[in-house]
Design a protein around this ligand. Structure first.
Ligand SMILES: [Zn+2]
Length: 85
Protein backbone atom coordinates (compact mmCIF):
# COMPACT_ATOMS: atom_id res chain seq x y z
CA UNK A 1 0.00 0.00 0.00
CA UNK A 2 1.31 3.36 -1.00
CA UNK A 3 0.43 6.31 1.13
CA UNK A 4 0.33 9.80 -0.15
CA UNK A 5 0.59 12.82 2.04
CA UNK A 6 -1.28 15.79 0.74
CA UNK A 7 0.47 19.06 1.38
CA UNK A 8 -1.34 22.29 0.80
CA UNK A 9 0.35 25.29 -0.73
CA UNK A 10 0.53 27.00 2.66
CA UNK A 11 2.01 23.95 4.38
CA UNK A 12 4.62 23.70 1.69
CA UNK A 13 5.59 27.34 2.09
CA UNK A 14 5.90 26.82 5.84
CA UNK A 15 8.11 23.78 5.37
CA UNK A 16 10.33 25.65 2.95
CA UNK A 17 10.76 28.55 5.35
CA UNK A 18 11.55 26.21 8.24
CA UNK A 19 14.16 24.45 6.12
CA UNK A 20 15.68 27.76 5.14
CA UNK A 21 16.14 28.73 8.77
CA UNK A 22 17.34 25.40 10.11
CA UNK A 23 19.55 24.27 7.27
CA UNK A 24 22.49 25.63 5.37
CA UNK A 25 20.19 27.58 3.13
CA UNK A 26 19.72 30.36 5.60
CA UNK A 27 19.35 33.89 4.43
CA UNK A 28 22.86 35.27 4.19
CA UNK A 29 21.84 38.90 4.22
CA UNK A 30 23.16 40.92 7.13
CA UNK A 31 20.91 43.23 9.08
CA UNK A 32 22.21 46.24 10.93
CA UNK A 33 21.70 45.93 14.65
CA UNK A 34 20.86 49.10 16.52
CA UNK A 35 22.93 49.56 19.65
CA UNK A 36 21.03 49.69 22.88
CA UNK A 37 22.84 49.55 26.25
CA UNK A 38 23.66 45.97 25.46
CA UNK A 39 23.29 43.53 22.60
CA UNK A 40 21.42 40.57 23.86
CA UNK A 41 17.90 40.36 22.50
CA UNK A 42 17.24 39.40 18.88
CA UNK A 43 15.08 42.11 17.25
CA UNK A 44 13.66 39.58 14.79
CA UNK A 45 12.50 36.70 16.97
CA UNK A 46 12.90 38.04 20.52
CA UNK A 47 15.44 35.40 21.60
CA UNK A 48 17.06 36.93 24.66
CA UNK A 49 20.14 34.93 25.57
CA UNK A 50 22.65 36.61 23.31
CA UNK A 51 24.23 35.77 19.98
CA UNK A 52 26.74 33.47 18.38
CA UNK A 53 29.73 35.14 16.73
CA UNK A 54 31.15 34.79 13.28
CA UNK A 55 33.92 36.70 11.54
CA UNK A 56 34.22 37.73 7.94
CA UNK A 57 37.62 38.78 6.69
CA UNK A 58 37.78 42.18 5.05
CA UNK A 59 41.40 43.05 4.32
CA UNK A 60 43.25 43.40 7.62
CA UNK A 61 40.16 43.59 9.71
CA UNK A 62 37.56 41.05 10.62
CA UNK A 63 33.95 42.05 10.54
CA UNK A 64 32.41 40.65 13.69
CA UNK A 65 28.94 39.41 12.86
CA UNK A 66 26.36 38.13 15.27
CA UNK A 67 24.12 35.17 14.61
CA UNK A 68 20.88 34.64 16.48
CA UNK A 69 20.93 31.06 17.81
CA UNK A 70 17.17 30.89 17.44
CA UNK A 71 16.29 32.36 14.02
CA UNK A 72 19.84 32.24 12.56
CA UNK A 73 19.68 35.77 11.17
CA UNK A 74 22.95 37.61 10.73
CA UNK A 75 23.47 40.98 12.36
CA UNK A 76 26.13 43.65 12.07
CA UNK A 77 26.48 45.89 15.09
CA UNK A 78 29.50 47.69 13.64
CA UNK A 79 31.94 45.51 15.56
CA UNK A 80 35.31 44.59 14.08
CA UNK A 81 38.36 42.70 15.27
CA UNK A 82 41.99 42.83 14.14
CA UNK A 83 43.00 39.91 11.96
CA UNK A 84 45.85 37.88 13.46
CA UNK A 85 49.27 38.01 11.79
ZN1 LIG B 1 16.43 35.65 16.35
Amino acid sequence: MEERIEISEDDFKGIRETAAFSGGLMDDSVQTLEWQDEIRVCPVCGYKDGFHSMFRKEGKTLRWLLICPSCHRLFDAGLTAAAPG
